[in-house]
Design a protein around this ligand. Structure first.
Ligand code: SF4
Length: 371
């Protein structure tokens, strides 16, 4: 058995669902795509800032020869979910943040796999990355034959659909590389039509800044019209994956990603009450924990504003007195969005005591926009 076969066999043993190998080289074709996305202001800002590092693996590992790409499925079968509430008063967390934080799951696998290769070879030099690496992981997965690009900009695998996490090892081993996957997107355009904010476009174009997943993570102020399209999204968004025909019949993924109790579908009003310590206890082990209590609460306020449940206005009033200016502003938005008449009475009343100029300005802006 050659070393590549041995690596594949070991990867399967440690529950790595997909593995592929691609040559480390200057990805000049990718540069063109990224430059265009940059010029159209379509990048999210969460990516590696140095464009050269995104396309040139030698800047990360001088002696790079091969990139080993792995895919881990996070698809959870409905029968494994304790319960899912669909009422608007519950927030929605995307599947990629269900169960254990995928960063730690994937890091364990990468550590294990690279330690195995180190034992089996001489002078193995490598660097592995999970999520925050300099290269474009979806592009590498495509090059390594893990799957093909969908118009939803996800990598779709034959067995697991697009419910896969990707990570990679840049290394100095010369290994036989894999062919790209020849299957392609069906171009049914269900993802483009289904995206509430119009983030997906023809020709595989994608504006990250309009993506609901990005909006739930950004610290930037969110445009009112975009907030209205976020529905009850608390963290991430699965719409473009849920509508994709390739995701209809897929194998279930790792049990690590099965959510416990309501951690995937929390009650929004209860979430607003969490202290930092309680937030950490509830979400610290999940992939949304890093984003912090305040941003998730902001998202909960957006979800409540979109819930059409006028009766929650009375529960929201107290958050106008929150020490955070951001929470005050989003509370005002949620109140006016839920009930214009009662909302104006509450905010008029609040203006009599509000001292923060930013909050006063926001309430006036909301009146102009919504009334
Ligand atoms: Fe392609 Fe249709 Fe899936 Fe979009 S929903 S990625 S167009 S197959």
């Amino acid at each position: 058995m050659n070393i590549k076969e041995k690596i594949k066999e070991y990867a399967a043993k440690i529950d790595i669902d997909l593995i592929g190998f691609t040559k480390a080289e200057n990805f000049t074709d990718l540069e063109e795509i990224l430059r265009e996305r940059e010029s159209r202001d379509f990048l999210s800002g969460f990516e590696e800032k140095n464009m050269e590092k995104r396309i040139n693996p030698y800047l990360t590992l001088e002696e790079a020869e091969t990139i080993i790409v792995i895919g881990i499925s996070y698809y959870v079968d409905a029968k494994d979910v304790e319960y899912i509430k669909n009422a608007e008063i519950y927030g929605n967390i995307s599947r990629s943040s269900w169960g254990r934080d995928y960063h730690s799951v994937l890091k364990e696998k990468m550590k294990n796999l690279s330690a195995y290769i180190e034992r089996e070879t001489k002078n193995f030099r490598f660097k592995y990355f999970v999520d925050t690496g300099p290269l474009v992981d979806r592009y590498l997965a495509y090059k390594a034959g893990i799957g093909w690009y969908g118009k939803n900009n996800c990598i779709i695998s034959k067995d697991y659909g697009s419910w896969i996490f990707i990570s990679y090892i840049i290394c100095n081993l010369k290994l036989e590389i894999d062919d790209i996957e020849r299957t392609s997107c069906q171009s049914c355009n269900k993802c483009i039509k289904g995206c509430p904010t119009g983030a997906l476009m023809e020709n595989y174009q994608y504006n990250s800044k309009l993506c609901i997943s990005y909006l739930t993570q950004t610290k930037e102020d969110i445009d009112y019209r975009l907030r209205e399209k976020m529905g009850n999204s608390l963290y991430g968004c699965d719409i473009c994956q849920l509508v994709c025909p390739y995701n209809l019949y897929v194998k279930s993924g790792q049990r690590d990603f099965i959510p416990h109790r309501d951690s995937h579908n929390p009650h929004l009003l209860e979430l607003l009450k969490l202290s930092n310590r309680e937030f950490k206890k509830k979400f610290g082990h999940t992939a949304l924990g890093w984003r912090g209590n305040k941003i998730i609460k902001r998202n909960a306020l957006i979800a409540l504003g979109n819930s059409r449940r006028k009766e929650v206005v009375k529960d929201l009033k107290e958050y106008l007195d929150n020490p955070s200016i951001m929470i005050k502003k989003y509370t005002a938005w949620a109140i006016i969005r839920l009930d214009k008449k009662r909302g104006k009475e509450i905010l008029d009343d609040h203006l009599k005591k509000e001292e923060e100029r930013e909050v006063i300005k926001e309430i006036k802006k909301l009146y102009k926009f919504y009334l």
